[in-house]
Design a binder for this molecule. Structure first.
Ligand code: COA
Length: 156
């Protein structure tokens, strides 16, 4: 994917924290655990935040690709892809994620595979809990689709 001129991809700084939180709020994804030092950000020529993402470590030892978000006017230009590749480049072990099923093809292009019930791969405890809690919330909210769990295998 081409690197658009004027966009810088870099590890986040403390001064990016407010903009990261505002973007995550605006796209309405999980607002928990937004510690700036774990993020990679994309910024425009004026230093404004275009997109972000992080690898979140969990208490059970699992690691999650999370908080992937791009400002509406900057989408479909490869920004999320660059952020994701940069985050994965430093990962030695399995990386997990959850997403709505419609985004499965999006993450597949980076090497993630969907983990389905009965395929023999055991989920980390954190992700088992997350799906258990998410199901009733989703039913109530009537959002169509299901919550997919995906894993990025170092050795597929
Ligand atoms: C999902 C999201 C992060 C994608 O960001 P992006 O910068 O537009 O993605 P990229 O340009 O890197 O996408 C690369 C390719 O992925 C695919 N893709 C992008 N968005 C997609 C989507 N919503 N669904 C399916 N495929 C998608 C396309 O093939 C695209 O290439 P193309 O534009 O040449 O067709 C962005 O739409 C977003 O911020 N959405 C709201 C927040 C969100 O849902 N985050 C994910 C939480 S799990």
């Amino acid at each position: 994917m081409t690197n658009k001129p004027g966009i810088t991809y870099r590890p986040a700084q403390a001064s990016d924290e407010a903009a990261i939180k505002a973007l995550i709020r605006a796209v309405n994804i999980n607002p928990m655990g937004l510690k700036w030092h774990r993020f990679v950000v994309a910024v425009d020529g004026n230093g404004r935040l275009i997109g972000c993402g992080q690898i979140k470590p969990h208490w059970d030892g699992s690691r999650e690709l999370a908080s992937i978000a791009v400002q509406k006017e900057w989408r479909r230009q490869g920004v999320a892809g660059k952020i994701i590749r940069q985050l994965l480049a430093n990962e030695p072990a399995l990386v997990w994620l959850t997403c709505m099923d419609k985004l499965v093809p999006f993450y597949e292009q980076f090497g993630f595979i969907e983990v389905k019930k009965g395929d023999g791969r055991s989920l980390p405890f954190y992700f088992r809990l997350a799906t258990t809690f998410f199901k009733p919330i989703q039913k109530l909210s009537r959002v169509p689709g299901y919550l997919a769990i995906m894993v990025w295998p170092v050795n597929p």
